[in-house]
Write a protein that binds this ligand. Structure first.
Ligand SMILES: Cc1cc2nc3c(=O)[nH]c(=O)nc-3n(C[C@H](O)[C@H](O)[C@H](O)COP(=O)(O)OP(=O)(O)OC[C@H]3O[C@@H](n4cnc5c(N)ncnc54)[C@H](O)[C@@H]3O)c2cc1C
Length: 452
């Protein structure tokens, strides 16, 4: 192979257009710039604030982070990267002509295009969903709206599941808003958490006077002078409230890709190079549906790290490289009702009635569990659950003490053979955490001895 082939290809690329300045878009810009110091990079964003931490919005709502702390990039950083950020909404893509059409009617040419448009909150299909006082949590301006309304509104109803619904509940509680939380079923996030874990989360919410309504569905949001005045449930119960938060899941923003004839399912389908079905167009982040070697399916994540990793590979390939994205084991360190929780690999199964698909901070792969046996341990406020396959750990949930979350991430990702301790892990009352800690320590000693 000609060693200069990549270089030659790169030199021919004059302009890169990235639609979306979130985690995926910025990572792509960085990796393009690493390989190509001369090409023009145009970064388009529908949102004025540009690049900020979306997971950080949960902590912004509770008051633990201020607005400045959400922004990892300054205008100097953009300058140093040599990108041109623009606030502009892309209306359509013309793949044949290598053009994007902007909302103002102008066109922008590209040699390579990245679609990193993220996802948006699904809307509730109930009367009253457009009333003043109905909120969601997609972006910074949503968070600001929730905070402004929390100052004036005394009672809220939160509807939905997963991490986003909890983030809103916790934010409202921190701001002194009386909060009702509606769950369609009999427990929280039942296709990812097991019953003990759901009850731990619910118990902590109840300690903060959150009123959880089980088997409860929203039927109508009731108006007064264009404002939320209350809700009616499907069983006819009425609750007076001034705010309704909807967090029933996300939908990848695939509209412009779909209209341009790109192959889509739930997200934009990409191959292992993060390339879409159209020449010179790539996709990454929440909007992309990516092949997962662990499950053999094309799946969607709404996770910060995978969005960055996908953006990095897409950017490198846009700049002429040819690198494969290998989807890592889904991993998230988050906080559920104030309790640090790490979710690794496959831990659950089935569909959650509170969500239309996945929520933010969530992964489709978490709930694709093959046959597995559970090993678990509860100790004070901490909980550890392992999903065991034939000879490996398929997934784990670590709540509270996080000492084992990194070792477990490695054991799951590397499919380490744990046959040696499997039967011990499954004994009634087994000290699961100690067994894993000991196994990990022995493995590290053996590894170090091999290297010496
Ligand atoms: C409240 C909350 C909690 C979360 N918790 C976690 C967590 O615990 N762990 C975790 O890993 N992840 C979490 N996430 C998810 C994580 O933030 C996302 O997975 C990640 O931000 C996705 O990055 P992205 O670049 O794909 O999309 P985004 O960050 O959503 O960026 C999309 C970009 O596209 C732009 N755009 C959209 N349409 C257009 C258009 N037509 N024209 C021009 N620009 C457009 C937008 O303006 C934006 O700049 C959370 C998110 C939220 C909101």
């Amino acid at each position: 192979m000609n060693p200069y082939q990549h270089k030659i290809e790169r030199c021919e690329i004059e302009s890169y257009v990235i639609v979306g300045s979130g985690a995926a878009g910025i990572a792509a810009a960085e990796s393009i710039r690493n390989l190509d110091s001369g090409g023009e990079i145009v970064l388009l964003s529908a949102e004025k604030p540009g690049y900020y931490s979306r997971p950080g919005l949960a902590y912004y709502l509770t008051g633990e982070l201020n607005e400045k702390q959400l922004f990892p990039f300054s205008s100097k950083d953009f300058k140093a990267l040599g990108v041109h950020p623009q606030v502009a909404l892309v209306k359509s893509i013309l793949p044949g002509q290598h053009l994007v059409e902007l909302q103002d009617g102008s066109y922008l040419g590209y040699d390579r295009l990245l679609i990193a448009t993220g996802s948006s909150a699904a809307r509730a299909a109930v009367p009253g969903a457009n009333l003043n006082g109905v909120v969601k949590l997609d972006n910074l301006s949503d968070a600001q709206k929730i905070m402004a309304q929390a100052r004036r509104r005394r009672t809220a109803v939160v509807v939905g599941g997963g991490i986003t619904a909890l983030a809103i509940v916790e934010g409202l509680v921190a701001r002194g808003v009386r909060t009702h939380y509606f769950l369609r079923g009999d427990r929280y996030w039942h296709n990812v958490l097991d019953e003990t874990e759901s009850r731990i989360v619910e118990g902590r919410l109840k300690e903060h006077d959150v009123e959880i309504h089980y088997h409860t569905e929203l039927d109508e949001i009731l108006p007064r002078n264009g404002q939320v005045a209350g809700v009616r449930t499907k069983t006819g119960d009425m609750i007076r409230c001034n705010m309704v938060a909807i967090a029933i899941g996300i939908r990848p923003r695939i509209k412009i890709a779909q209209a341009s004839g790109l192959e889509v399912e739930r997200g934009i389908l990409v191959d292992e190079y993060m390339q879409t079905s159209a020449a010179d167009i790539y996709a990454a982040g929440d909007v992309a549906q990516v092949y997962d070697p662990f499950t053999g399916k094309s799946v969607i994540d709404s996770l910060w790290d995978p969005a960055r990793q996908q953006g990095t590979i897409a950017g490198r390939n846009m700049a002429g490289s040819r690198e494969i994205y290998t989807k890592p084991v889904a991993f998230n360190v988050t906080r559920l009702a104030g309790l640090t929780t790490t979710i690794i690999g496959t831990v659950g199964k089935g569909k959650d009635d509170d969500l239309i698909g996945i929520a933010r901070g969530d992964s489709e792969t978490w709930r694709q569990l093959p046959d597995a046996i559970v090993a678990q341990q509860d100790f004070e406020v901490n909980r550890l659950r392992l999903m065991l396959g034939e000879s490996t750990i398929l997934g784990a949930i670590v709540m509270g003490d996080q000492t084992l979350s990194k070792p477990l991430h490695t054991l799951v990702s590397k499919k380490v053979d744990i046959s040696l301790i499997k039967s011990k892990l499954l004994e009634p009352g087994a000290p699961v955490a100690d067994l894993i800690a000991e196994f990990w320590s022995l493995r590290r000693t053996a590894h170090a001895a091999q290297l010496a």
